[in-house]
Design a protein around this ligand. Structure first.
Ligand code: FCB
Length: 488
């Protein structure tokens, strides 16, 4: 046993002894035996920075996000808010994954890991477009394919179940040249979400291929991570908190991208079920707790309702009920059977409370409810909001997992963050919400998109130079909850 693990084990034993000697809990909140406690990561964020593996293998150079964070011209443009931090400072999970899963499974005692498959890893170069699922066999990178088999086996070997996200933001460069589109959306040819006629069939074919290849190893699939974040930070309001490629401001296009994602989710859902009929397939929206900026202002109260509708509900209404409200006026003008009922679970990512300020006019002509401005950052800590958003999601009468929840301040947060969030979750469950699991974001510090390594979300701190992992206080608390399955 390493000295680090020894000290963790000692700390866990000590905390158990303290609890026992206190004679048990006075107000315990029980999560039950079947509840999944897990941690979430995503390939782009954790892979790079391998201690000995060649960087060209360790990094995923075929993805639009690799281009977005490494291209000197893009980095030099202040509006892109790119840290410019080299990917070599990343945690190196591509090489160290088995040790990381040991930390999750054995040290923290978790029962699940949410991880992603990177489309650009499996298919780094453009396959002939429009073919069958089987045709993709000729284009797959066999090394990447075998690596994912080992990866899922490692998760299981460490006593955990994988939840696998098929698309966690990144797209292959052959389908999305984020730089060219950033520079000129009209002339770029590899248009990503802006070309749904190419993207939707290809991402569904990729999803089907993954279900065929990995279906035996994976039972929980998530189609898209945070579609609304891509709409907002890629096409509407790229800002300091988050810029996604292509990082443009084009509200009409943003709305079109949102509908493209609704459609893509439904087609990916069908594709996975075709090859893995017993799988559970869901979507992972980021939901925000919402309040009026000025609680006494009627206009802000109305703005809050509009923000809640547009941010939290439009996408779910379409994905669950097939309800399409194309002009976002609060009334669905169409119900589409080919969208409805494509959701076995809702995965909720929760990080923030947003305040809505009324503008008194709509930002986009023809879309009457876009008459608010969301005030606040992506990271306003508001624990009660977790209860609010899971209750909202559970209202769709589909099982819910909290697929991400965490703070960039895990280094300092100690017990401030975790306990109140889990209390809010447990209260929502006591109120009848069907919540099946909770995934902490994140297992380890990782490359936080445009921010690089400066935001520290890990239950384990990562030293960018040595790659050492060190348990944080929050990890210790989480291990205690996962072990006892209750808050005390
Ligand atoms: C979410 C993303 C996740 C991570 C956290 C902090 O929006 O899904 O990858 O960046 O924020």
């Amino acid at each position: 046993m390493s000295p680090q693990l020894r000290s963790v084990a000692a700390a866990l034993l000590l905390s158990t002894a303290c609890r026992d000697s206190a004679g048990g809990a006075s107000s315990s909140q029980d999560f039950g035996d079947d509840f999944l406690f897990g941690a979430a990561i995503a390939g782009f964020q954790v892979d790079p920075g391998c201690p000995s593996l060649d960087a060209a293998i360790c990094e995923d150079r075929a993805s639009d996000w690799y281009q977005w964070v490494t291209d000197p011209e893009l980095i030099a443009q202040p509006g892109n808010h790119l840290s410019g931090q080299p990917l070599s400072d990343g945690p190196g999970h591509r090489e160290l994954y088995d040790a990381d899963f040991r930390l999750a499974g054995e040290t923290l005692g978790l029962g699940a890991m949410r991880v992603s498959i990177e489309w650009s890893r499996l298919f780094p170069t453009e396959p002939p477009l429009g073919g069958t699922v089987e045709d993709l066999d000729a284009s797959v990178d066999p090394v990447a394919r075998d690596w994912y088999h080992q990866y899922f086996a490692s998760i299981r070997r460490h006593g955990m179940e994988p939840m696998v996200t098929l698309n966690h933001y990144t797209l292959p460069l052959w389908i999305h040249d984020g730089k060219a589109c950033h520079q000129d959306m009209d002339s770029c040819t590899r248009r990503g979400w802006a070309a749904p006629e190419v993207l939707i069939p290809e991402i569904s074919r990729y999803a089907a291929w993954c279900a065929r290849e990995f279906g035996e190893e994976v039972d929980l699939w998530a189609t898209l991570n945070e579609p609304f974040a891509i709409v907002l930070s890629g096409y509407m309001l790229p800002g300091e908190d988050r810029t996604n490629p292509p990082g443009v401001t084009d509200p009409e296009l943003a709305i079109a991208v949102m509908w493209a994602q609704v459609e893509a989710h439904a087609r990916m859902y069908d594709a996975v079920h075709q090859y893995d009929p017993v799988a559970s397939v869901g979507l992972v929206p980021n939901l925000a707790a919402v309040r009026p900026d000025d609680p006494d202002s009627e206009a802000d109260q109305e703005a809050a309702e509009h923000l809640d509708y547009v941010y939290n509900r439009v996408f779910l209404n379409a994905a669950v009920h097939g309800a399409v409200d194309a002009n976002l006026d609060g009334v669905a003008e169409l119900t589409r059977d080919d969208l409805a009922g494509r959701m076995d679970f809702i995965g909720v990512n929760y990080y923030t409370q947003l305040s809505a300020r009324s503008l008194g006019f709509s930002l986009v002509d023809g879309y009457p409810l876009l008459d608010f401005f969301p005030v606040g950052s992506f990271w306003n800590e508001y624990p009660a909001g977790l209860g609010e958003v899971v209750t909202l999601a559970a209202g769709y009468e589909i099982p819910v997992y909290v697929t991400e929840n965490g703070t960039s301040d895990h280094a300092e947060a100690g017990d401030r963050f975790l306990r109140p969030h889990l209390e809010a979750l447990s209260d929502a469950m006591a109120g009848g919400a069907d919540i099946r699991g909770y995934f902490l974001w994140s297992l380890i510090d990782n490359y936080e998109w445009n921010h690089g390594m400066s935001l520290r979300f890990g239950a384990f701190a990562v030293d960018p130079s040595t790659k050492d992992r060190t348990l944080r206080e929050i990890g210790l608390s989480y291990a205690e909850v996962a072990r006892t399955r209750r808050l005390q």
